[in-house]
Design a protein. Structure first.
Length: 112
């Protein structure tokens, strides 16, 4: 979903309320946020200790990680699998903890 003028308030600074549409399947939800929130920082400040690594061979595309990520940095790729926006990932590990097939592992962050 792209940000359009009809999604903004008259002054163009706030999103307007949209009618809720119940979806029949997870695949019908948007693949990312519906409105750009605007971040204070452009990238992670470098304090993350661990980062999630997704094994797409193990991933069953249940999208549980996508739904539970508190920062909204996990997004769907194509019809199978997910990816992580490491610029905003805090490394909290919620996604790895919720993955039913353990396709996500948290590895120690290194300075490359």
């Amino acid at each position: 979903m792209k940000k359009t003028k009809d999604m903004l308030s008259e002054d163009g600074t706030r999103p307007v309320k949209q009618e809720f549409v119940k979806r029949a399947h997870i695949s019908e939800y948007p693949t990312g946020p519906g409105f750009t929130a605007g971040h204070l920082a452009d990238i992670n400040a470098g304090w993350r200790a661990f980062r999630p690594i997704i094994d797409l061979k193990k991933c069953i595309s249940c999208y549980k990680c996508y739904m539970v990520c508190p920062d909204g940095v996990i997004f769907k790729i194509g019809t199978k699998g997910v990816a992580v926006d490491y610029d905003y990932c805090k490394g909290c590990g919620v996604c790895a903890n919720e993955c039913p097939v353990k396709a996500i592992t948290m590895i120690k962050e290194t300075l490359d």
